[in-house]
Design a protein around this ligand. Structure first.
Ligand code: NAD
Ligand code: UDP
Length: 314
């Protein structure tokens, strides 16, 4: 049994990670400021004696004796991370410094939830970890992209200067149950719009691509990454290499929901990446043959079922 701190534990991905690690018999501290996370995501875990919730902001130092830290605290949806851009940068940068100091003081291993956004609007396709990216440092997405890039730098420098055991993963678009209805990301938007027979909002002409990973595959990858030997830092891409246009996603969601929704086209947001697909060769090699098992149709069906229940309960 390990003592594990999960920052951002009440969020979409964090709540799945809490559930998984708790189910394996670990002692979990779920730390969250509830900006985008919710108590509903973790309410089924509250009765476990080895599950503790701490309302706290990662920009402020926190101390607890722990063996492992998963640092997920940061809004991930463009509308949420742009709501208070300065707070987003502080969360990524100060949050990284605070968890790294904690790792240093307690000798804990620490994993950073980095992102495919570090590649920006990529010119190299598919994206390999050795690609340095194409990021606008002064645009609307920069608070998130550059914050996450700086966090990666901090992780590597703490590792080099203090020998901290670090793990960097670059997560590609992940979806699944417990995404918030008003999250603003494409999968939740399209499913909710389709279930309500409302217009489906395509930004731009819908030819931009993304590669969608179901949350269970990500959690599997995260645990495997934490279990790698101490000298392996990453970064490692964790994502599903099947690539779809946003129009293809909309069409599939309409089919799976039997929806009467129509497509409408809106302005493309600034610096919206035109293409994104992970090269997962390194993950397969270093994470014991890890690869995504749940493909889009199956993952969407599970997520649609989840949102159907939420909408019915409203
Ligand atoms: P989410 O918004 O559901 O979860 C983020 C959690 O962090 C929320 O519970 C929020 O309340 C909490 N939080 C935000 N700022 C905080 C702060 N200052 N102090 C404490 N808690 C704070 O998003 P998610 O999709 O679950 O993303 C989790 C992590 O994974 C994020 O770091 C995100 O950047 C990263 N990530 C996610 C994706 C994806 O596709 N979902 C892709 C790449 C990276
Ligand atoms: N998108 C869209 N309609 C929506 C929400 C998003 O067409 O209602 C597009 C968005 O412009 C982007 C893609 O879907 O090209 C993925 O957007 P999301 O916010 O989910 O993630 P990210 O851009 O961070 O990959």
């Amino acid at each position: 049994m390990k003592r594990i701190l999960i920052t951002g534990g009440a969020g979409f991905i964090g709540s799945h990670l809490c559930e998984k690690l708790l189910g394996m018999g670990n002692d979990i501290i779920c730390l969250d400021n509830f900006f985008t996370g919710s108590r509903d995501n973790i309410k089924h875990l509250l009765d476990y004696h080895n599950f503790e919730v701490v309302r706290h902001d990662v920009t402020i130092p926190y101390y607890a004796e722990v063996d492992e830290i998963y640092n997920l605290a940061c809004p991930a949806s463009p509308i949420h991370y742009q709501y208070d851009a300065l707070k987003t940068i502080r969360t990524s940068v100060m949050g990284a410094i605070n968890v790294l100091d904690l790792a240093k003081d307690t000798n804990a291993k620490v994993l950073q939830a980095s992102t495919s956004e570090v590649y920006g609007d990529p010119i190299v396709h598919p994206q390999v970890e050795s690609y340095w990216g194409n990021v606008n440092p002064i645009g609307l997405r920069s608070c998130y992209d550059e914050g996450k890039r700086c966090a990666e730098t901090l992780f590597m420098d703490y590792h080099r200067q203090y020998n901290i055991v670090i793990k960097l993963i670059r997560i590609f678009n992940t979806y699944g149950t417990r995404m918030s209805m008003n999250d603003g990301r494409v999968v939740s938007n399209f499913i909710v719009q389709a279930l309500k027979n409302e217009n489906i909002t395509i930004y731009g002409n819908g030819s931009q691509t993304r590669s969608f990973q179901y949350v269970d595959d990500l959690i599997d990858g995260m645990l495997r990454m934490m279990g790698t030997s101490n000298d392996f830092t990453g970064p490692v891409n964790i994502g599903n290499p099947m690539e779809f246009t946003i129009l293809e996603l909309a069409t599939l969601v309409i089919e799976l929901t039997n929806s009467k929704s129509k497509l409408i086209f809106k302005d493309i947001p600034q610096d919206d990446p035109k293409q994104r697909r992970p090269d997962i060769t390194l993950a397969k090699e270093k994470l014991n043959g890890w690869e995504p098992k749940i493909q889009l149709r199956e993952g969407l069906s599970k997520t649609i079922e989840y949102f159907q229940k939420i909408i019915a309960g409203q």
